[in-house]
Each structure stands twice: as structure tokens, then as C-alpha cells.
Write a protein that binds this ligand. Structure first.
Ligand code: ATP
Ligand code: MG
Length: 596
């Protein structure tokens, strides 16, 4: 490809609306253009990158025994009604009507459609297991599309779905997919952490996310959207929504042995109680009121020096949505005592509505401090079992948000550290969630009808490409991993009016192309500085320059990720380039053919 022909409109400035580096560079280097909020045109360079990521995904999924198919983006409401998700999936699904008034959703995912296929086409246990995947555009009407391709409204996803007749078989395929995912990201040049995750709206029990951990240069905007805790000594890693750690030790016996009501005016926070009344946070029973699914009020109890992770609380009630109760709701439920709420002396009707749940940390409290639903007062020297103190219905739950420096619950010796991560992939054990609700069954060996046991496995193809930029870039631009670079090489004649330089550059360009190397020739009549800037910005892994030394048959070869350049005789350049491409491939051991 000649640069004079290539549609790669590079810009000098970062676009004003781009907050993160991948978004900035993709626009500036001429890869994408915004069409609508969260909707982008993939220009030729981008499309080459995406096709490369897709191809890696495809090769590895095929190698793992999965079969590619393609399902429509337009999904009739009926399949979603069959699973019951038409009503609960919410605003994330773009909905459209056809000319006859029939309703459709634009595929945010495809559990329903694939389960529909399995119901109709997979009749017998003999056809199991089967893993079907597609690489297809998805639409999600995200509340806050942002960060360019990291969170778009229209994006490319690989989604796979497996069907099994036993949990054992699903476990094996889950493991097979876990290994496949690691290989896929490695081949894209990305190291990932497999992280236990919350399975969110998709449901199911076991699930993992694949996170690209982003290193953040000083002064740069953080682009990872998820807090990930990881152990500094073992390989434990988990999303903050789920991370566990050992309860930090503390002296949890309060300083008042007698149970007494203390006047605590204007001290409705733990911090104020500590500052004004010298009450130690680790001896205070912290009480928070939440509303789950807009209908269930929940009182959560935790030690005063610790914080509640809302998603853990939500999961304890298998809910979909959680928020803190408003002041009005607290008034109606308990009384006008915001900031002084506790599991104490509540009205019978309140107790009927309210669920009280306690984190593990509170059972060790003695002579503790608590609010008693009276403004400006706290009880000190309280103990579980005291009169008027309500026992939680759910005790010893894990509601606690892990903190940096907590001891690792897995190895017990390491400490947790936190980083930001970009979720590029996701694997779930769905079990019979969809086959159950959609009545999707097969005939088992003994002639009985049984629901499929299912797994599902997603990879954000476009997000993976953007994550690679978040991970690999410098001030000058993108530093593509060789495997997903749009082109491997750029050949730059410094002065296109110099015959010697042009002839040498042209000869090399032809030679590389004939050898199957993906190469761009910068044949623009521009200053060398401009060409080098664009080459760095676009991120070609190898730059070959025909300059002053062309007369001696020498070319300057520079790798994008290294500072030094070197001169090579023309005859050695092709072999050098081929070696770079070959050797770049990460050392992956070939797995056994998959069992599927
Ligand atoms: P998130 O938590 O980031 O919203 P998700 O967990 O809802 O994503 P999945 O349903 O697991 O997403 O989709 C599989 C993969 O698709 C994700 O791991 C991610 O890489 C990608 N993905 C999801 N939403 C988007 C989006 N809005 N833009 C780009 N890629 C996305
Ligand atoms: Mg996910």
C-alpha cells in the first residue's frame, strides 16, 4: 500500500472529546471516526487491526473445537420473551419496530437466539457437547458510551455458547475455554489476568473475567474501568466487586464496659464520632440502609472502620439493582433519624419490611458503639443479645470491600494490591438458566427430556484492540504488538525526488510485498520529520528508511518499541524483517486437540 493512496487521515491534535489514550490515538492516527455517540466508522487501518484480532480469535476457537456460525443482529422480541428477559434486560437493549409493528431488539448478546437454535436443532445427547460461536456486531445502549472503542454502543464481540449433558462436561469445556482465552490474548500480545467476577445480569454461578492490567504513566488518565485486586505473592486476582481478604485485625472491644446512652450531637458519621468523642471506628457498629430492586429495604451492618461493597450486598439477596435509601425513605421506614440509624428498638411493621444483614466483621464486636434511631444519641457498651438490639436475619455474610494492603484470603501470607483493569473477555457457567426458562431440552440416553447445561464465553474484539493501545503506546503514538498491527513495515524514502533513494525504497517495497510482508511505502512528498511522526503515530512495528546512505546500499532499520536504529545492507533487510515477525510470536505450546 502506498501512503498517497491509504485513507489514514492523521491529525495534529487530540480530539477534544477523547479522555483516554486509546481513543485519542485511534482518532489522531486515522483509525476511527465518530458517526454518532458511541458509534464509530472503522477506517481501513482499524479494519485491518480488527480483522487480525478476529482471525486470532477464530483460529484459537476452531482449534479448541468450537464451530463458527453467524446469527442475525435483529432479534425478534419473542425469543427474549421466552426467556423472560424482554422485560428485565432494560434500556441497554436497543429496540426497534418493523413496518408491521413487530418488535425486535438489536443483539446485545445472543443467549436466547442460540438456545432457540439448540432447542430446534440439537435433539439428542449424541449431538452433545457442542460449542457454537460467532464474531458479530453487538448493540448496547450504554448509559455512558465513552473511551472510544473501549465502551461503544456498537462494537464487535466474539460470543460462544456451549451445550452439555453433564456438569462435568461443562467443567471441562470451561477449562478448555479458559486456556483458549489465555492463548488468544497472548497471541494478541496481551498479558491478561483471569479474575473471578460477579456474573451480573447474565446469571449463573461460576464466572471469570480476563483483564488487561493497564500501567498508568504519571499524568495520564486511567483507562481501566474495573478495580482489580491481586495478591503480591500468589496468583489470586479478583474484581473489587467480589474480592475477598482476611478481616483486618483490630481491638474490637469498646472502651465503655457499661451500657449507656451517650449524647452525640452532630455526629452522624463514624469520622465525627471518632473526632469529637474519641470513639474508635473499629468499635462502632456501622449501619447503612439500601434499597434493592426498588422494593426491598435492607439494613447492612459492618464494623465502623470497614466499607460495604454494594455488589456483594446485592448478590447476597440475588438482586439486580441496588442503591442507598433516600432520606425520605428512611423517614418513612424508621423515622427522621438519618445518620442515627441502628438495629435497635425498631417498630414491628418496620421489622416486617426490613431485612437486616450483618457482615462477618460485626460478630467480634464487644462493648460496642451503635446508633439507636434517636437523633444526637448513641449507645455505648452495647453487646449482641442485649434487649432492644435486633439480631440480623443474615449473619456472617461477606459484604466487605477489600482494601489495598489486606492480607490475601487464598495464600494467607501475601498482601492485596489494586490496579485498574480492562475487561476484554468473560466466561460463564450458565447451567440451566436459559434452557430452563426457555424449555430447551434434549433426549438423554434413557429417553428422558433434560434441559441443556450451558456455558457462554465472550471476547470484546474491538475493545481488545483498544486495550492493546492502552497497554502499548508512548508520547509519539501507538506501539502495536506485531500480531495485530495493521501493517508490519513502513518503508520511508526520505526524499521522493532523490532517484537513488526512491529506487532503493521501491525495490525493497516490492521485495517485501512479494515475500508476503505487510508493508506501506510512504511515497508522499513530505519532509522526513512529518513522515517519521506519522509512522510513529500509526505505530508500524518496523520502519525502514532510505536516506543519505542509500547511495552505499544501506537502509536504516528502526523498531517502533526501541530507541536505537541500525544500518543494514539492502540484501539483509528482508531476512531481518522476517525474523522479527517470526520471533515476535509468543512461545505458545501447542495444546492437545480439544475434547469437544
Ligand atoms: P462491561 O462490564 O464492561 O459492561 P459486560 O461484562 O457487560 O461488559 P459481556 O456481556 O461480558 O460484557 O460481553 C463480553 C465482552 O464484550 C466483554 O468482556 C467486553 O470485552 C466486551 N464489551 C462489552 N460491552 C462493551 C462495549 N460497550 N464496548 C466494547 N466492548 C464491550
Ligand atoms: Mg463481562
Amino acid at each position: 500500500m502506498r501512503m498517497t493512496q491509504l485513507l489514514a487521515p492523521t491529525l495534529r491534535e487530540n480530539p477534544a472529546d477523547a479522555e483516554v489514550v486509546s481513543h485519542q490515538l485511534l482518532v489522531r492516527a486515522g483509525y476511527i471516526r465518530r458517526l454518532a455517540n458511541g458509534v464509530y466508522n472503522y477506517l481501513p487501518l482499524m479494519w485491518r487491526v480488527l480483522r487480525k484480532v478476529e482471525q486470532i480469535v477464530r483460529e484459537e476457537m476452531d482449534r479448541a473445537g468450537a464451530q463458527e456460525l453467524l446469527m442475525p443482529i435483529l432479534q425478534p422480541a419473542e425469543v427474549w420473551q421466552a426467556s423472560g428477559r424482554w422485560d428485565v434486560y432494560g434500556e441497554l437493549m436497543m429496540r426497534v419496530k418493523d413496518r408491521h409493528g413487530r418488535e425486535y431488539g438489536l443483539a446485545p448478546t445472543a443467549e436466547e437466539v442460540i438456545t432457540d437454535i439448540a432447542t430446534k436443532e440439537v435433539r439428542s445427547y449424541r449431538q452433545l457437547p457442542v460449542n457454537l460461536y460467532q464474531i458479530q456486531t453487538k448493540y448496547r445502549d450504554e448509559i455512558r458510551p465513552r473511551f472510544g472503542l473501549l465502551r461503544g454502543r456498537e462494537f464487535i464481540m466474539k460470543d460462544a455458547y456451549s451445550f452439555h449433558s453433564s456438569q462435568d462436561c461443562l467443567d471441562r469445556e470451561y477449562q478448555n475455554m479458559a486456556e483458549t482465552y489465555t492463548r488468544i490474548f497472548e497471541r494478541c500480545g496481551l498479558e491478561t489476568r483471569q479474575v473471578r467476577s460477579d456474573s451480573g445480569a447474565i446469571g449463573g454461578s461460576v464466572s471469570h473475567e480476563y483483564m488487561v492490567l493497564t500501567r498508568i504513566a504519571p499524568g495520564e488518565q486511567e483507562s481501566g474501568e474495573n478495580d482489580v485486586f491481586f495478591c503480591d505473592s500468589c496468583d489470586y486476582a479478583a474484581n473489587a466487586e467480589r474480592a475477598e481478604s482476611i478481616l483486618p485485625e483490630a481491638n474490637t472491644t469498646g472502651d465503655h464496659a457499661e451500657s449507656t446512652v451517650l449524647d452525640t450531637p452532630n455526629a452522624s458519621t463514624i469520622e465525627a464520632l471518632e473526632r469529637k468523642f474519641q470513639l474508635r471506628p473499629e468499635t462502632i457498629l456501622k449501619t447503612l440502609i439500601y434499597i434493592i430492586d426498588e422494593k426491598m429495604p435492607v439494613m447492612a451492618l459492618i464494623r465502623g472502620d470497614l466499607a460495604v461493597e454494594e455488589i456483594k450486598l446485592l448478590n447476597a439477596f440475588a438482586g439486580n439493582e441496588i442503591r442507598m435509601a433516600t432520606e425520605e425513605e428512611i423517614i418513612e421506614l424508621i423515622g427522621d433519624v438519618k445518620g442515627y440509624v441502628g438495629p435497635y428498638n425498631l417498630r414491628a411493621e418496620t421489622l416486617q419490611k426490613l431485612k437486616i444483614i450483618a457482615d462477618r466483621s460485626v460478630s467480634g464486636l464487644k462493648n460496642f458503639v451503635m446508633a439507636i434511631n434517636e437523633r444526637g444519641k448513641h449507645l455505648v457498651g452495647a453487646n449482641w443479645g442485649d434487649a432492644h438490639l435486633h439480631e440480623p436475619q443474615i449473619k456472617d455474610a461477606d459484604l466487605r470491600l477489600a482494601k489495598i494492603g489486606d492480607a490475601c484470603a487464598e495464600c494467607k501470607t501475601g498482601k492485596l494490591d489494586m490496579t485498574r483493569g480492562i475487561e476484554v473477555g468473560n466466561i460463564f457457567q450458565l447451567g440451566t438458566k436459559y434452557s430452563g426458562s426457555m424449555n430447551a431440552t434434549y433426549t438423554d440416553e434413557d429417553g428422558s427430556e433434560k434441559p441443556f447445561i450451558m456455558g457462554c464465553y465472550g471476547i470484546g474484539v474491538s475493545r481488545t484492540a483498544a486495550a492493546a493501545i492502552e497497554r502499548f503506546h508512548d508520547k509519539a503514538g501507538i506501539i502495536w504488538p506485531m500480531a495485530i498491527a495493521p501493517y508490519q513495515v513502513i518503508v520511508v524514502p526520505v526524499n521522493v525526488t532523490d532517484d537513488t533513494q526512491m529506487t532503493l525504497a521501491q525495490r525493497l517495497y516490492d521485495q517485501l510485498r512479494t515475500a508476503g510482508v505487510e508493508v506501506v511505502m510512504d511515497d508522499r512528498d513530505e519532509r522526513a520529520g512529518v513522515k517519521f511522526k506519522d509512522a510513529d503515530l500509526i505505530g508500524f512495528p518496523i520502519r525502514i528508511t532510505a536516506g543519505k546512505k542509500a547511495a552505499e546500499g544501506l537502509l536504516e532499520v528502526k523498531l517502533r518499541d526501541q530507541d536505537q536504529a541500525m544500518d543494514l545492507p539492502e540484501a539483509e533487510v528482508l531476512a531481518f524483517v522476517q525474523r522479527q515477525i517470526q520471533e515476535w510470536r509468543p512461545a505458545l505450546k501447542d495444546p492437545q486437540p480439544a475434547a469437544v
